[in-house]
Design a protein around this ligand. Structure first.
Ligand code: MLT
Length: 332
């Protein structure tokens, strides 16, 4: 007994050695990604998996399943909540239906720069939303992918003004705030799951959609979309979420490794966006996409969306104060 204690205790005390113990069983987690490999979701997921494996001395591995292989982004939230899936990386707008307070991040024109996105997700507002998401949706946000502003694309014509939107059938996620935003612009959009979007664009069931440049490239939307209008109504944030029940079932040292890996992968994602977005945008133009800036500095888009949509969602985000707190955190 005495001998056993002197051997085991030092192993437990040193985190690195604990994972190195031959008694520790290897674990394989599954991570779903809504996007194809190569985009910001993939970059975050891959970096997280590498970091976690390293921090646990190879004992914890994560296998990535891109392109909606494990179900639509909405399905992955349900599955993670039930403990049937370990991780998912998905657009925040597809979490909002399960945890409405997260909607503060999709209210149009709240986030005006990558720096705003970083401040909100990594500060008090982000911490509060993480707690709310555990409570409402049974998933824990452990990291964030920063994907850039969602630009509008379509296959029919250049769009500069709201009047140009007439006659376009635009796909939006099943997100009330985004649906209301398009309505404020005079368009009745078509809510559709992300996993169905490419085919719908290809078959021209819908003419347009919005997503960041890096996502458009990863999903090869340039093959079915020609015109781009770089509006800046939503900065796309794509959290890495973990099933809370799976998280709770982990040993404290594994939980710590998960949280640390998530934090470091988030920092990597921010740098990746800044280093990559412009190159991808140029590549899309070289492949034939045509960019038309919104007229008048996007003023009419901003005025209509903020006046109509913000007040409509005060209640679902937890009160006007929540928006005021976010704006205050951004110095506005
Ligand atoms: C959507 O448009 O549904 C999402 O933003 C897509 C994504 O996850 O990249």
């Amino acid at each position: 007994m005495k001998l056993k204690k002197t051997v085991v205790l030092p192993l437990v005390a040193a985190t690195g050695l604990l994972f190195a113990s031959p008694l520790a069983l290897a674990q394989n987690f599954k991570m779903a990604l809504g996007d194809a490999a190569g985009g910001t979701q993939w970059e975050l997921g891959k970096t997280f998996a590498q970091l976690l494996q390293k921090k646990t001395a190879g004992k914890v591995k994560v296998d990535l399943f891109p392109n909606g292989q494990l179900g639509s982004e909405e399905d992955t939230i349900n599955n993670a909540a039930m403990g049937l899936l370990d991780f998912s990386v998905l657009a925040v707008n597809n979490i909002t239906p399960f945890s409405p307070t997260v909607g503060v991040l999709t209210l149009p024109y709240v986030i005006q720069s990558p720096e705003d996105a970083r401040k909100l997700t990594q500060g008090t507002v982000g911490n509060e939303l993480t707690q709310n998401t555990i409570r409402d949706a049974g998933v824990r946000i452990v990291g964030w992918a920063y994907s850039g502003f969602r630009v509008l694309t379509n296959s029919k014509k250049p769009v500069k003004t709201l009047a140009d939107l007439k006659g376009l059938v635009v796909r939006v996620p099943k997100n009330e705030i985004m649906i209301s935003t398009y309505k404020s612009w005079g368009v009745n959009p078509t809510p559709m799951a992300w996993s169905e979007t490419f085919t719908a664009l290809q078959q021209r069931v819908v003419h347009g959609q919005d997503n960041p440049y890096i996502t458009i490239s990863a999903m090869k939307f340039n093959e079915v979309q020609k015109y781009v209008t770089p509006i800046r109504y939503i900065f796309s944030l794509e959290p890495l979420v973990m099933s809370e029940s799976v998280f709770k079932s982990q040993k404290p040292e594994v939980q710590k490794a998960i949280l640390d890996a998530g934090r470091e992968a988030t920092a990597h994602s921010y740098k990746y966006l800044l280093a990559t977005e412009d190159r991808i945008k140029k590549e899309l133009v070289a492949k034939g996409m045509v960019i038309t800036e919104p007229a008048d500095g996007e003023k009419e888009w901003i005025a209509k969306a903020t006046a109509t949509v913000w007040p409509k969602y005060y209640q679902s985000i937890g009160g006007k104060q929540k928006l005021d707190n976010a704006l205050k955190a951004l110095g506005r």
